[in-house]
Write a protein that binds this ligand. Structure first.
Ligand code: SAM
Length: 254
């Protein structure tokens, strides 16, 4: 079974010997690969919807892995008992939904040593949730597959981190080589690790964001409302700032 590059990247961040929970597992491809590869000793595939849940049950049965992968139906972390897993993966949903799953299941996070999260959008909302709940972002990746751009966020409880980096230092205001100031708010949007290793996909993502903002500007220009004018000014400032950031970054770092 060949995983997508996106799921493989997530798998690569799961420590050997882990007990995994993959929430919103759909076809249970990640837990299946995690067990087959010998990376995980056990896994739980959580699914809230009937179709994906049935697909996960079928996948696990046909792979002969019913002894090591439990497929459970339920909303978010409610499928878990406290202390049951070391690593939780949640991939392929919006950052707001992932943050809400973590928030509603916060009691299930004690004992969890690592979160590997892949928001499709709303990465800043998810970074903000992690920051506000004592989870330290230790690494981030951005990749493109089949014309879509994905970010993968890896986080550990700040109290367990052996690194010198803390949430305070990670999001501390700093300036880029060209002099542009990165505020905590912009570090949450851009990604505090991604901005340090800006690969071509990072550039492509933010060029595409500029295109989206320009398209919103064109729509707003048709309105005479004062609120539309104010929103336009904010968007223009954001576009100018993103352009300045991109111009300060090396283009060929990976
Ligand atoms: N994780 C897989 C991946 O990244 O390829 C599947 C992603 S799929 C786009 C999102 C899945 O999350 C769907 O199967 C959906 O049913 C499930 N899902 C959405 N909200 C959920 C929730 N609150 N709890 C559990 N599963 C959820």
């Amino acid at each position: 079974m060949k995983l997508s590059n996106r799921l493989q990247l997530i798998l690569d961040h799961i420590p050997v010997g882990s007990r995994l929970a993959d929430i919103g597992s759909d076809h249970a491809l990640l837990p299946t690969a995690a067990i087959r590869s010998g990376i995980c000793v056990s896994a739980i595939a959580g699914e809230v919807n009937a179709g994906p849940y049935q697909a996960a049950v079928k996948q696990v049965r046909e792979s002969g892995l019913t002894d090591t992968i439990a497929v459970r139906r339920g909303d978010g972390l409610e499928v878990l008992k406290p202390g049951e897993v070391d690593v939780i993966t949640i991939a392929g949903m919006g950052g707001g939904l992932i943050a809400s799953i973590l928030d509603r299941g916060i009691d299930k996070l004690s004992g969890v040593k690592k979160l590997v999260l892949q928001p499709n959008v709303g990465e800043d909302t998810l970074r903000q949730w992690l920051l506000g709940h004592g989870w330290l972002l230790i690494d981030e990746h951005i990749l493109e597959e089949d014309g879509k751009i994905y970010e993968v966020l890896i986080s550990v409880p700040e109290e367990l981190s052996e690194s010198d980096i803390t949430n305070q230092t990670l999001y501390q205001e700093r300036s880029l080589d060209g002099g542009v100031i990165l505020s905590p708010e912009w570090l949450l949007r851009l990604g505090p690790w991604l901005i340090q290793r800006p690969n071509p996909v990072f550039h492509a993502k933010w060029r595409s964001e500029i295109d989206k903002l320009n398209s919103i500007l064109r729509s707003l220009s048709k309105s005479d409302l004062a609120t539309a004018k104010q929103k336009s000014e904010e968007i223009k400032a954001d576009i100018k700032y993103i352009q300045e950031v991109l111009s300060c970054l090396p283009k060929d770092k990976r």
